[in-house]
Structure formats: C-alpha cells, structure tokens
Ligand binder design. Structure first.
Ligand SMILES: [Cu+2]
Length: 159
C-alpha cells in the first residue's frame, strides 16, 4: 500500500513538472504562457495563455506589454463578411468570476507587433499582464513550435 502511494506521488510530481509554468496572483491562476515560433522574417507574433478566476468578482485583463515587441495588443478573431479577421478587444478582456478565459490559436491572443528579435523555438521572454483588480503580473513566455499539451483535458477544441 505504502509503495503504491509513493509511486503515485512520483508520477504526479513528474507530470506537474511537464505541465511547465503557472502563476498565481490574487484570485487569478495563469497557465502556461507561450508564443508560437514564427519565421525570422515575420515582424509580428502571438502569445497565448489560460486565465482562471477563482474569485467572486469579475476581473479584467486591461493590457499587456513586453520588451520583446514594439507594441502588444489583446486581440480577438471575428467573422466579418465571410472572412476571419482579428481586432483589438476594446476595454480589455473580462475574466468572469469563477470562470476562465482561454487565449488560444483561432481565438483570443496577445498580438505582438514589431518584434525586436524573431520568435525561435525554445526562446523565453518576459511579459507583464495588467489586471484591473489583481494588478500587474510578470510572466515568462515560452516560444514553442506546437501548442502546449492540454493539462486539464476537460474541454473540447472543436471550434
Ligand atoms: Cu492578432
């Protein structure tokens, strides 16, 4: 019995290590901030993360910035005239009480303009998230060729 428990514990800590980096600030929990590696000629890039709000009140991601880019905006994709376009989220991104917001490919993203250096696989760089209630949070963005494996597995990507 004791041996089984120890084995399970080792497995759990191993998978927690694989799940990489997470952050907490106030009632917010942020999972795995990452950016897609892009060809060196691209002046722009996008970063993604998941924000959980464990609190009783809505919070709001008002803006973000990183020294890696000239300008960073919170974007959403919208369907317009049969085309998929992206635009800045006006007034910030609401993080509902007790809910979560996923920034992922094809949806909300942190759009970086005028990259100072190309986003190469394996790079890491800092970004500051400015929340209305939780304040500022510094995170590290990991540049990857592929989206992170989904740790919670409890939702569908069918959209
Ligand atoms: Cu965009």
């Amino acid at each position: 019995m004791r041996k089984t428990l120890l084995t399970l514990g080792a497995l759990l800590s191993f998978s927690a290590g694989l799940a990489a980096h997470e952050y907490d600030t106030g009632n917010l929990h942020i999972e795995h901030p990452w950016a897609l590696a892009v060809p060196t000629v691209s002046p722009n890039g996008a970063a993604y993360l998941v924000i959980h709000n464990k609190g009783q009140e809505e919070d709001r991601l008002e803006s973000v910035d990183t020294p890696r880019a000239g300008k960073t905006e919170i974007h959403e994709h919208v369907h317009k005239d049969g085309l998929m376009k992206m635009q800045e989220v006006q007034g910030g991104l609401a993080i509902p009480a007790g809910g979560e917001v996923r920034l992922e490919q094809g949806g909300y993203h942190l759009m970086m303009f005028d990259l100072k250096q190309p986003l190469n696989d394996g790079d890491k760089f800092p970004m500051t998230l400015h929340f209305q209630k939780a304040g500022d949070l510094n995170v590290e963005i990991h540049v990857q060729k592929n989206p992170p494996a989904d740790a919670d597995g409890g939702h569908s990507h069918a959209h």
